[in-house]
Design a protein around this ligand. Structure first.
Ligand SMILES: Cc1cc2nc3c(=O)[nH]c(=O)nc-3n(C[C@H](O)[C@H](O)[C@H](O)COP(=O)(O)O)c2cc1C
Length: 312
């Protein structure tokens, strides 16, 4: 499965574990990288020194490349950007903003920069400011989402830029990976699937919710405020959507979700917390190790790509 992405990142398989706030800490990132993919530590809203500590711990568990995902809205984004360069992290993915001001520092430190984008316009802007590759994330994904589905977003971004594209959102198995390749992607990023692995440290209740979920069990809150988020339906999403329909203010809605992901991930409160997960939750049936998951994905994709046999 050699592609421009495996070459660029020095990894075995073009499979990236998405940076996930509260969820993607060093155990998960190191396990994915050890299994031949690219693991990411999700900095989320955490302080810079927490990120440094996570990087150090990941290095103790793996000598393979791994990365850090930075939410650029984090008040400590400047400090985290510096930590990434100082600690010799190989890859950084960015969300919720423009990483342009860090580009020179990262390039000098040899960091590969991969912004996450949900539109063609942003994809072009990121290429112009020096990105090495892009993650094109469709709205099937868990967490903060854009407007387009992966199916329509990926080919449009592939056509608009000349750097390699990694498809994200709604990819659960070899069929999804093969489909992403057909759309022009050279790699995939998955989040929801990796939540339900042995090495992922989220509360058991969170994993159980994903395993139990059916195709229709995710909801998007926050469309009215311009900050849509996909999570599994529970008491919080019901209440949020009711308030949204009633025209509640941004502040009122914020109160419902403040600290919601932490509540679900750390405390296991999957009724009042935010159980962020993508539409593929309905396809995740059991927990396994990152190595087992990646080996299965590679086997399934290989079988489809090499012996497709759709027609004679
Ligand atoms: C619980 C959760 C938290 C996430 N947090 C982040 C984040 O902090 N930064 C980011 O760029 N993407 C975040 N994402 C998106 C993932 O990195 C990934 O792109 C997405 O999950 C892919 O779609 P999938 O869920 O269908 O696999 C999050 C996703 C989930 C499920």
């Amino acid at each position: 499965m050699r592609t421009e992405i495996t070459e660029l990142l020095g990894i075995e398989y073009p499979i990236v574990q998405g940076g996930m706030a509260w969820v993607a800490e060093y155990h998960l990132a190191a396990a994915v990288s050890n299994a031949g993919g690219l693991g990411l530590i999700g900095a989320g809203g955490a302080p810079a020194e927490w990120v440094r500590d996570q990087i150090k711990k990941a290095k103790e568990l793996t000598d393979k490349p791994f990365g850090v995902n930075i939410m650029l809205m984090n008040p400590e984004a400047d400090a985290i950007a510096k930590v990434v360069a100082e600690e010799g992290v190989k890859v950084v993915t960015t969300g919720a903003g423009n990483p342009e001001k860090y580009m020179a520092m990262w390039k000098e430190a040899g960091v590969k920069v991969i912004p996450v984008v949900a539109s063609v316009a942003l994809a072009k802007r990121m290429e112009r400011c020096g990105a090495d590759a892009l993650v094109a994330e469709g709205c099937e994904a868990g967490g903060h989402i854009g407007e387009n589905t992966t199916m329509v977003l990926v080919p449009q971004i592939v056509d608009a830029v000349s750097i390699p594209v990694i498809a994200a959102g709604g990819i659960a198995d070899g069929r999804g990976i093969a489909a992403a390749f057909m759309l022009g992607a050279r790699g995939v990023q998955m989040g929801t699937n990796f939540v339900v692995t042995d090495e992922c440290q989220v509360h058991e209740n969170y994993k159980k919710c994903i395993i139990k979920a059916r195709d229709i069990d995710s909801r998007v809150t926050g469309r009215s405020t311009g900050h849509p988020v996909r999570a599994l339906r529970n008491k919080m999403t019901r209440e949020y959507l009711r308030l949204e329909q009633e025209g509640a203010s941004f502040e009122e809605l914020e109160k419902l979700t403040l600290g919601g992901l932490r509540k679900a991930v750390v405390d296991g409160d999957v009724e009042n917390g935010s159980v962020m997960a993508g539409q593929i939750a309905g396809m995740v049936k059991e927990e396994c190790t990152c190595k087992e998951l990646i080996e299965r994905l590679v086997k399934e994709t290989d079988a489809l790509i090499k012996g497709a046999g759709f027609y004679e």
